[in-house]
Write a protein that binds this ligand. Structure first.
Ligand code: CTP
Length: 460
């Protein structure tokens, strides 16, 4: 009869689509061929245990999967090459770190040699020693007990490795660090603590809570580079309950610890508004198409909307937002201040375009998504931004520049001006066919001035 660990692995495999289930067999077979001890660790054992405890559904486990973490007792790179022979995909090897990633059919398998870590200074990446380290010892270098449970795949298929009591903590919804210097060694765990506490509905047990407080008080956040902060905020802002995590980051003094102007931002919005933002992001996906903005960045822009311009750029730099994204956010903020008072509900589409086309599309998209109307003016701003993004900005005249010249418009700036006027007439519904355009152009040429008869578009 299958033991408990084997049942868990069986359940896990069922959570995968049929055509991906062979991944676990291939992992096991490659380990057998290379006589290596390997185990599944991290997110997958944790999440499948949560399914068993009815803390979550199994159905969406695969969709939410980010990676499969495998710890190899011995040479993970040798194992990766062996695996690659029977599991085609893209293999990326990092000799310096003793790690490899094999991406196969969209699934990322992270392979790591079991290791011992030591930290020369807080916030820096650790020094790593992989020689003769057992998987059980590797589990002891991790962040929380709930992430230090492993399921062996070879040789003892299904053995549960839980030397630190992670399963019991998971069942009791306790988040527990493994040693008192954990947050000092790796302050990114401060972010991870809040992320998992919300995701797992767990609380930091008292000793871990005290260590968390000490790390904040001793300003361990200051040891993190902006890049490392950005990665944590990226992970947080992609969580289902991202707004709750942002709110606790504020209360737990992480945000003010990163930059004083970030302190208190959560008092400007409610969780309901955060959920409304998600509805807009879901319903208006096409707004972000063709832009360089991802939903997690929209959430960052939204949570920080209340900040004063004076501090905005410095705070965004501190949290590692790329300069081009900061520029898009700053412009979106300016747009939301300057444009609404110039927009009116009676404006013609061409006037809306005149007002908005000077702003980069990324900023208009951001402005639309983060803007939450509180009055009629807000509602019409929102409508105008959406119309612009999805409709007006796509409108182009049918006649090309060459055709305009052929019809008699002089080469040079007049062509652009003529195009602009044709577009305005098309936007405002005065013309709608190529023939209409040709007639308008011919009339302009006859009058000797491109667009001189704009008003005559009213009669076609
Ligand atoms: N880990 C750690 N300390 C960190 C980051 C990661 O100890 N600062 C360990 C944990 O054991 C974690 C594993 O590495 O479970 C894999 O990390 P990651 O892929 O970031 O998280 P998952 O646990 O897989 O969870 P999820 O992606 O669902 O957040």
């Amino acid at each position: 009869m299958a033991n408990r660990g084997q049942q868990l692995l069986e359940e896990l495999s069922l959570a995968f689509p049929v055509e991906r289930r062979h991944i676990f067999d291939r992992l096991r077979a490659a380990a057998q061929r290379s006589s290596l001890r390997i185990a599944l660790v991290g997110g997958l054992p944790r999440e499948i245990l949560r399914c068993q405890f009815s803390q979550r559904e199994r159905e969406n486990l695969y969709d939410e999967l980010r990676d499969i973490d495998i710890v190899v007792e011995g040479d993970a790179i040798r194992f990766a090459r062996e695996l690659y022979r029977n599991l085609p995909g893209e293999l990326v090897v990092n000799e310096d770190f003793g790690t490899a990633t094999l991406t196969t059919e969209g699934v990322e398998i992270d392979l790591t040699s079991s290791r011992r870590e030591s930290y020369a200074a807080p916030g820096q990446l650790p020094d790593v020693d992989t020689s003769g380290v057992r998987i059980e010892e590797d589990l002891g270098r991790r962040d929380f007990t709930v992430n230090a449970v492993a399921l062996e795949l070879n040789p003892d298929y299904g053995a549960m490795l839980d030397p630190l009591g992670g399963e019991a903590d998971l069942r009791n919804r306790q988040l527990r660090i493994l040693h008192s210097a954990s947050f000092h060694d790796d302050p990114t765990r401060l972010f991870r603590a809040l992320r998992y506490s919300i995701r797992l509905n767990a609380e930091l047990e008292p000793v871990s809570m005290a260590a968390f407080g000490r790390a904040i008080e001793e300003d361990m956040l200051a040891t993190l580079t902006p890049e490392r902060v950005r990665y944590e905020l990226y992970c947080i802002s992609r969580e289902e309950r991202w707004h709750e995590i942002w709110a606790v980051m504020d209360l737990a003094m992480i945000l003010p610890g990163l930059h004083e102007a970030l302190g208190g931002i959560s008092s400007w919005w409610t969780l309901e508004q955060g959920s409304s933002l998600d509805i807009v992001l879901r319903n208006q996906k096409e707004v972000l198409e063709g832009t360089d903005i991802e939903p997690w960045l929209v959430r960052v822009a939204w949570t920080t909307l209340s900040m004063r311009d004076t501090y905005f750029e410095a705070a965004m730099n501190r949290i590692g937002i790329f300069p081009r994204h900061i520029r898009a956010m700053v412009t979106a903020r300016h747009l939301l201040v300057s444009v609404p008072e110039r927009l009116s509900s009676s404006m013609r589409p061409s006037e809306v375009v005149d007002l908005l086309e000077h702003f980069p599309r990324d900023s208009v998209a951001l402005a639309f998504l983060v803007h939450m109307p509180v009055d009629d003016r807000g509602v019409s701003t929102r409508r105008a931004l959406l119309n612009y993004l999805l409709e007006y900005s796509q409108v182009r005249p049918m006649l090309s520049g060459h055709e305009l010249i052929r019809l008699g418009i002089p080469a040079g700036p007049a062509v652009g001006e003529c195009h602009r006027r044709l577009r305005a007439m098309r936007l405002d519904g005065h013309i709608d066919s190529e023939e209409d355009e040709r007639n308008v152009v011919l009339r302009m040429v006859n009058l000797g001035e491109p667009g001189a008869d704009q008003a005559s578009g009213d009669d076609g």
